[in-house]
Design a protein around this ligand. Sequence first.
Ligand code: GLN
Length: 533
Amino acid sequence: MAETKYIFVTGGVASSLGKGIISSSIGKLLQARGYNVTIQKFDPYINIDPGTLNPYEHGECYVTVDGHEADLDLGHYERFLGIQTTKANNITTGRIYKSVIDKERRGDYLGKTIQIIPHITDEIKRNVKLLGNKYKFDFVITEIGGTVGDIESLPYLESIRQLKWELGRNALCVHLTYVPFLAAAKELKTKPTQHSVKELQSVGIQPDILVLRSEHDLNANLRKKVALFCNVDEKAVVQSVDMPTIYEVPLRMYEQELDKTILTKMGLPAEGKPNLDSWKKFLELRYSAVEEVKIALVGKYVELQDAYKSILESLSQAATYNHRKLKIEYVNSEYLTDQNVDEKLSHVDGVMICPGFGQRGIEGKFVAAKYTRTHNKPTFGICLGMQCMAIEFARNVLGYADANSREMDEKTPHNVIDIMEEQKSVTNMGGTMRLGAYECVLDQQSKTFEAYHKTHIQERHRHRYEFNNLYKAEYEKAGMKCVGINPESDLVEIIEIPGLKWYIGTQFHPEYSSTVLNPHPLFLSFIKAAISK
Ligand code: GLN
């Protein structure tokens, strides 16, 4: 395609309506028509990236292959589209300002007064167009975080206004709003949508398409009314009703011809159909599953839906491909003890020991690791989860009762998990972990190799501590093998107890690279072991 087309996705009325899912679904439909699509997210907060935010603030922190700590919506983009995103796909207000201020200090602005308009808005626009200009995508979908009407969103909206003016038919705005159902009146209410469109119009943006999120079906009359009040074509008002799975959303958008509407509005041919065959097959498989696989998630953020987002999605994809319905049991590691562990874990098919930072809830992870090791229950430990498996093994098998990670106990005499050499000099916390994709070579005699069917893999990391190689021989002698090694640094990336059914810990985060059509081999193999009797 000669010119890149830009689609902006804004949200109104309330947050958490699923802009990420709508952006991903639009991306999916266009991709399934053969276009080269990417999605980026702008987050209107001042942090440079979400890496320093705790999960209570921001849910999971996603990591891209090039080592950027990113918003969890990038996980949706990758899972839906099967693409790899990079640092250029997630921009925050903090990064925009930092870049402008750095330029000012360098003297790039030649004596000018630096202002929100044009300098900040130009920097925003540069970051939107970068993906089109540099990487030559056919479509760049830009999701604006937050809700229209927030003070923080204004520079982004002004940039969209300017881009729409500059780019004409090559830019389009999709606005996602909410249509509440008032139970007492038994009525769906469109007024909040009208207000939020007015808010957009007041900053000079006329949305081209409205996606109405609702818990109930919206009839044609209601959509007609919204179209009339908001200056949007009737055909361009679509509904997004709650679905049993988010992966159903692209199909519901397709049914309403959202892809056709977009293409027509942007002056592109709209005949033909997207090829969604494999996507539909995945959904058929998901709905045909009858039996459950029960997995316990042992972590300290169990009350937070978004804290382990990618792990949950990876497990659910792997369950589908194993013809099972995923049933998650959340186990708060802060309250897990030797006394109650049997009650919490004996009935589940497999246990996931979650990643994390800091001391809180750590003892419960050791309890879980010990229980599943001694009861031969399939267990998957990720990052801190893997480190806990190693520490528990050192305490209860190698006989070092005081074994620990330096993260939890700086003075531990048995530092089986130690701080990485390059981390010792780190003073700034932001963006300084071992981040992004690194190579790993697998031992061909391992279950891990059986899962991957190859010796060289690349997986994404986010950690400061590592398995201490001084103890490697002792571990291996006692039955815990180091089956994945970074060829350059010799860091242990995977541990496994071959004598058990499935007891594997990874220093990396495989959950970041599991997608709907390409589920991750380790998750597939874990679920397979969990259901095999
Ligand atoms: N806190 C551990 C480390 O920094 C593990 C990090 C994680 O689980 N992502 O090494």
